[in-house]
Design a protein around this ligand. Structure first.
Ligand code: F6P
Length: 488
């Protein structure tokens, strides 16, 4: 029985299954996992030893490799089966593949993610029909599987930290099963305004809000997302009473407090990782490739909300407007593959590749490659790119936080200029020292890239130092501890 439980779709480790049945582990990617792993990893535990033994991380099996690992482990406990989970106790749930697929791909990623990031092409989608209802039932079943697991593993009065839009129903379901528990839900995404949230079928929209209100505390990354959640509760959820000053929502006699916890990075841990030999090796290789040219860097998941196509278009426009940069700058665009089960993501990646090809055709010469695009997962190369970047561009359409905007300045060697979308949650903390842009305004972004390249080195270094300080203000351990403390 655990005193503290964490629940998230993705866990700290995932497995691929070889033909001979052997399992190859790889670390889970993305901001949520990076944050939670920094909380639970043994080497960084407060006593310098093991992670607190009573923290249990419950996650879903994402594919066949994971399912096989979960089945082989006693009670799904990967840590008890000799797997390296970074020191955390991890229970992986073997949810039936079809249920998982509909919950993760159809509801979480194609519906809730699209709503919160304003990604719909509304004349065509969304289209909520009978099939969408079946998908929704799978989402309910998936959430119920987490609620059952948490209810079964939690000690009396334990604290459960439920993460993200995949698990918006789980807090309510868990409260129904175990009223003695103290529950926090944390959203790593933006939250949609009521006008956009209303795209959801009324009952589904209400169920998501009501699910989160099953928690005692609902956490968000910025004031803006917290305020949008309160707006949705007030306008769209019958019977919900919102107190804006106190930041509470009362429904059915239960009070949920709403809090803002802007997740930052663990500077010490990140710098130590960036000091590893594999990063130095990648940095040497990059330098060999680009010489002493200026570098504009972007690191993303291949994700439509990251706005990679407009970012590349801005670089193209900058090259058109400022021929003085020809031969003197290289754009490194590193994207790691994500959610390829969804056609939108595959098509988006293809569009990124097409535009990158066009830029190379238009401007490339025998001695200058203006753009290097890589679509693969390579953490040491991403860290090397952060180190040598003159300019870091982070231009999402909308983003809960965006940890790239925080990691880059922390790892930068000489100080990088940050071109940052005003719609990234990180802008709430970093805008003062970044060049902020409207992510839809390609020309403005092109001009910001130009200005960032022109920024004098000492000014760039000063700004970057302040960005790094802001980025590390709330490291994952404190971010998590604050949420648990909010339950007392
Ligand atoms: O909430 C967003 C998030 O969980 C991020 O933390 C992470 O970058 C991303 O989604 C990962 O998505 P997925 O698990 O679908 O690859």
């Amino acid at each position: 029985m655990s005193q503290v439980l964490v629940a998230s779709n993705r866990g700290p480790v995932s497995f691929s299954l070889a033909d001979d049945g052997t399992l190859a582990p790889r670390r889970g990617g993305g901001g949520l996992v990076a944050g939670l792993a920094a909380v639970t990893e043994a080497d960084r535990a407060p006593d310098g030893g093991q992670a607190p033994p009573d923290v249990l991380w419950v996650c879903a099996a994402l594919g066949e490799g994971d399912r096989s690992a979960a089945r082989r482990a006693p009670g799904g406990r990967l840590d008890l089966d000799g797997h390296d989970t970074g020191g955390a106790a991890v229970r992986m749930l073997d949810i039936p593949a079809a249920t998982f697929h509909r919950a993760y791909n159809a509801v979480a990623n194609s519906t809730l993610w699209f709503v919160h990031h304003l990604l719909y092409d509304t004349p065509r989608v969304p289209h909520f029909d009978a099939r969408a209802r079946r998908d929704w039932q799978s989402y309910e079943a998936y959430n119920a599987a987490f609620a059952d697991a948490l209810a079964g593993e939690a000690a009396p009065g334990a604290k459960a930290a439920v993460q993200d839009y995949h698990l918006s129903l789980a807090p309510r379901m868990l409260r129904d099963r175990r009223p003695d528990l103290r529950i926090v839900h944390f959203s790593h995404t933006p939250w949609a305004s009521p006008e956009y949230y209303r795209l959801l079928p009324d009952d589904i929209g209400a169920a998501v809000l009501d699910g989160i209100l099953g928690a005692d505390h609902a956490g968000f990354l910025t004031d803006r997302w917290a305020a949008a959640f309160l707006d949705c509760c007030e306008q769209l959820l019958p019977g919900a009473r919102v107190d804006r000053a106190a930041r509470t929502v009362t429904r059915g006699g239960h009070v949920t407090r709403v809090g803002v916890h802007p997740l930052g990075v663990d500077g010490e841990r990140l710098r130590a990782r960036a000091a590893e030999p594999d990063v130095a090796e990648r940095r040497r290789a990059l330098r060999e490739q680009v010489g002493d040219r200026r570098l504009i860097v972007r690191i993303d998941r291949t994700e439509p909300s990251k706005n990679i196509v407009r970012g590349l278009a801005a670089y193209r426009e900058m090259l058109a407007d400022h021929p003085e940069w020809h031969g003197r700058v290289v754009h490194l665009a590193f994207a790691y593959p994500s959610r390829y089960d969804l056609p939108e993501y595959r098509e988006y990646t293809a569009a990124v590749r097409r535009l990158a090809g066009r830029i190379r055709d238009e401007y490339g010469t025998a001695s200058w490659d203006p753009l290097i695009l890589r679509v693969e997962d390579d953490l040491p190369r991403a860290l090397a790119a952060y180190q040598v970047a003159d300019v870091l561009v982070v231009n999402p359409i909308r983003d809960g936080m965006n940890l790239v905007a925080k990691e880059g300045p922390v790892v930068s060697e000489r100080g990088c200029a940050l071109v940052l979308s005003r719609e990234a949650g990180a802008a709430a903390e970093l805008a003062g020292d970044a060049l902020t842009v409207n992510p839809y305004d390609v020309s403005q972004t092109a001009e910001a890239l130009h200005q960032a390249l022109l920024m004098p080195p000492d000014r760039r270094a000063e700004r970057c130092a302040r960005l790094a300080a802001a980025a590390t203000a709330l490291p994952p351990r404190r971010w998590f501890a604050d949420q648990l403390a909010a339950l007392d």
